[in-house]
Design a protein around this ligand. Structure first.
Ligand code: SAM
Length: 290
């Protein structure tokens, strides 16, 4: 086996930073390179030492561990940077998946890059890529929003910002918040098609698929495990968005195929008008097609 460290020897005697992806559930996804790197570096910087200790025990690896977590990322990154400068080779891992994707890591990588430290990705699983790879999306453009805000008002505000993007929307979500998120999504985005991937690469992996309203029903009694939510992007709009109430209602009805409820909610907030006023007008607009 080639020694991964001697093959990448650094001429200026600085250490090398390895950014190592670990499995998102299935230990069978551990690659040869991951094992080789974790066994040969001087130190493993990890999100939670208890978690990574279990992984190392499973792999029979005794490399020392040091914690590197979000709350003290700046300070920990400085300490690790000093070690890298002093010639130590360090592997950075998170609890699961790829570091720096909704996980700590970016601060250290940025500092190491600025300091001219060699950085190498030991690529592997990420829940984002895993879900995308089995979603069956034929359009390749997507927007990854990480975790949406926990607060509903902020979540809706964010969703409004991305609502017109003609790209697939992808989010990480927690099981206790997913229903509220699906409800907010329906209000802001309309009843778009969506996929909810649960427990990817694990025994109870599944994909729930359907319009947002139907997914709300599917999770109404609670859902367990880790989740990735994929939502259809906005349909390309044929006409320019109008700015007066009546035309805007017609635009929501005919161009976006929104329900009366969705249109009222979005327009009341867009135009900062009382919902009752928008609702009254919406009733007359919707009645024209009944
Ligand atoms: N860095 C990780 C990555 O590369 O995917 C993500 C870390 S983020 C803190 C954890 C979130 O990723 C979970 O809350 C969930 O939304 C998603 N996730 C992680 N593992 C998953 C899995 N096996 N199935 C579905 N979603 C998963």
């Amino acid at each position: 086996m080639t020694d991964i460290l001697s093959s990448s020897a650094n001429v200026n005697q600085q250490g090398r930073l390895y950014v190592v992806a670990t499995p998102i559930g299935n230990l069978g996804d551990l690659s040869h390179r991951v094992i080789q790197t974790l066994s040969t570096v001087d130190l493993i910087a990890c999100e939670d030492t208890r978690h990574t200790k279990k992984l190392c025990r499973h792999l029979n690896i005794s490399t020392p561990l040091v914690s590197y977590f979000r709350e003290r990322e700046q300070e920990k990154a400085e300490t690790l940077l000093e070690m890298l400068r002093a010639g130590k080779h360090i592997a950075l891992v998170s609890d699961a998946g790829t570091p720096a994707i909704c996980d700590p890591g970016a601060v250290l990588v940025k500092k190491a890059r600025a300091a001219g430290i060699d950085i190498e990705a030991i690529s592997g699983p990420s829940a984002l890529a895993t879900a995308l790879s089995i979603a069956g999306l034929t359009q390749s453009k997507f927007f990854f929003g990480g975790f949406l805000p926990a607060n509903s008002t902020e979540r809706k505000r964010f969703l409004k910002e991305v609502s017109a993007l003609p790209f697939t929307l992808i989010f990480y979500e927690s099981p206790h918040r997913v229903r509220a998120t699906l409800v907010d999504m329906e209000v802001i985005l309309g009843n778009r098609q969506a996929q909810l991937f649960r427990e990817l690469t694990k025994i109870y992996e599944e994909c729930l698929e359907g319009p947002l309203a139907a997914l709300q029903e599917r999770v109404k009694n609670g859902v367990k495990g880790e989740l990735v939510l994929i939502v259809q992007g906005a349909k390309p709009q044929s006409k320019e968005k109008p700015d007066n109430l009546e035309d805007l209602l017609l635009w929501y009805r005919d161009e976006l195929h929104s329900s009366l409820k969705q249109a009222v909610s979005s327009i009341a907030s867009d135009l900062e008008l009382p919902r009752s006023q928008v609702y009254k007008k919406a009733l007359s607009v919707w009645q024209k097609i009944l």
